[in-house]
Structures are given as C-alpha cells and as structure tokens.
Design a protein around this ligand. Structure first.
Ligand SMILES: C[S@@+](CC[C@H](N)C(=O)[O-])C[C@H]1O[C@@H](n2cnc3c(N)ncnc32)[C@H](O)[C@@H]1O
Length: 277
C-alpha cells in the first residue's frame, strides 16, 4: 500500500450522515475497518465540530447516497465525470486521443497505474469491452476505496453501457511500482500512467482538483517505465500537459494529441505493431 499521499490516513476518521439507518451504519464500520481508521458515531455533531474535537485533517462520511471524503478544502466523492461524454463521442465516431494513443481494441487488457477518479479507466473499459480487462491501481487508500465503491454502485439512468464499463473496472490499492514488479512479462496489452501533472492545474474547474489533497503527487519514475515496458505486450502510454518536460525526461517514442489540446499522450511501442499514428 502506498504512503506517499498528501493526507496521512491516520489523520482521518469515518462517520455517517446525521440520521444513518442500520445499513449505512454497517457500511460505515466496514469502510473504517477496510481503511484501518477509527469509526466515530455522528451523534448530531457538525463536521467542523468533529475536525476540532478529534483533531483530524479529514472525515470520510458514509450516507445513503454516497461515501465522500471531507476536508476544509472541499469534498471528494466518486463521479463518472467526463467518461460518459467521452463514451458518447466515441459511439458517434469521434476520435478519443487516449484511445488512439493506446491503439486500443475490444478484448485488450489495460493496467491503469494511476486510477484517480477512474474517468480514463471507464473509457478504456468501454472500448476493451466484455472480452477485455481493466485493472486500476491507486496508491491512496481513501481514493481507491471511494472510487471502488462508486464504480460498483453508481447508477446513471439511460447510460447502460457506461455503467457496465464502470462495473468491469477492477480496483487495487497499491503503489504501481510495487504492483508492476510482481507482474509476469507481457501480462497486459497496455500499461497507462496519468500522474498528477508536474505543472499546476489546467483550470479552476479541473475535476482532478477534488482529489488533490488525497493524491500521491510523486513524479513518474523512469524505473517504472522500464517495468511497464516488460509488462506491456503492445504499448505504454503516459498523459501529460503539452508544455511539460516529462516526455523528454522519460524518453517517449512519440506523442499523440489534438492539435489545440493542452493534454498530450506520450507513447512507447513494445515490439512490432500494425498501427502507428
Ligand atoms: C491525475 S490522477 C489520475 C486521474 C485518472 N486518470 C482519471 O481519469 O480520473 C493521478 C492519480 O494517481 C495516483 N498515483 C500517483 N502516483 C501513484 C503510484 N505510484 N501508484 C499508484 N497510484 C498513484 C494519485 O494518487 C492520483 O489519484
């Protein structure tokens, strides 16, 4: 389990919404056990009262509707974000730059080494389909737990394909370097990295901002690219900003991205393949 996240899990507690029923109460104690955090009865206390009384940096709140992490900077909870819109565009025949960089097809297996909100993993899961496989690795225990719960339970009316894609993503709480070390060579078609950007956020409303206080901010290590190149059968892909020096530092084979997009994808090709963009 990774321990390089901005918030130490020890400075947190788990509680419920104001009026929990038995199911919510049970779920909250399970979450506390899984995260190895103390469970505290809500007992009509406001979150502000709980921060100062228990001297914690954050509080995980389990309610009927969702499980979220609260801290003085804001709230983090699972939401499919832009994945539904991206899937709609793919269905309409538009190019998704991440899918193009991965050169992804139905039946492919992907390990997403930086799961975060799972937006990219859901899109990859949609494209790889029921014959494919997506495993998401996340080093922050709170992010991985909340996202795993969301992927299993989130309902979106009229979005059957998106929900099915969500349900197929398997989540593991691990540091990706440690996880990759234990994989056999050629065990996934694509290995994907989307580390926290080296340069500050792209815009005030960037969805990743919500997980910033909980996230692992370490830069991608060259040794993990080497491991990924052994694990991948086809490609290793990394997402970064256009102006970042990371692609040069890590030595990508080539870069894929929309002409005007601030985001680009660095690609390493493993072995010979038919499609070079
Ligand atoms: C920019 S976010 C990824 C966003 C994601 N691609 C999405 O679509 O929602 C980066 C995530 O990777 C996680 N992370 C960073 N370094 C990691 C590592 N070494 N192992 C596992 N997870 C890591 C961070 O905690 C954070 O949640």
């Amino acid at each position: 389990m990774g321990n390089r996240c901005a918030v130490s899990p020890l400075s947190c507690l788990v509680t419920t919404s104001y009026r929990p029923d038995v199911r919510v109460q049970g779920q909250a104690t399970q979450v506390a056990r899984k995260l190895k955090l103390p469970f505290v009865d809500r007992d009509k206390q406001s979150l502000e009262q709980m921060y100062s009384r228990y001297m914690v940096a954050g509080i995980v709140v389990v309610s009927k509707i969702k499980t979220s992490y609260h801290c003085p900077h804001g709230e983090f909870f699972f939401h499919p974000d832009k994945s539904a819109m991206r899937i709609k565009e793919i269905r309409a025949g538009k190019t998704d730059q991440m899918i193009k960089a991965m050169d992804l097809y139905p039946g492919y297996s992907i390990v997403d080494c930086t799961l975060g909100l799972a937006t990219d993993a859901i899109v990859a899961s949609y494209v790889s389909g029921i014959a494919g496989k997506v495993v998401g690795i996340e080093s922050s225990p709170i992010i991985s737990t909340l996202v795993e719960m969301g992927l299993k339970s989130y309902e979106q009316q009229g979005k059957k394909k998106v929900v099915e894609a969500m349900r197929r993503v398997r989540v593991l709480n691990a540091e990706h370097g440690q996880y990759l070390t234990h994989l056999a060579p050629n065990s996934f078609d694509v290995v994907y990295f989307d580390p926290m950007f080296r340069k500050a956020k792209l815009g005030a409303r960037c969805p990743v901002d919500r997980l910033r206080p909980l996230a692992d901010h370490s830069p991608l290590e060259r040794v993990n690219i080497e491991l990924a190149l052994q694990v991948a059968r086809r490609r290793v892909v990394m997402k970064e900003t256009r102006t970042s020096q990371e692609f040069d530092r890590l030595g990508v084979d080539f870069v894929v991205g929309g002409k005007h997009s601030p985001i680009q994808y660095g690609v390493w090709v493993v072995g010979s393949e038919g499609h070079i963009w």
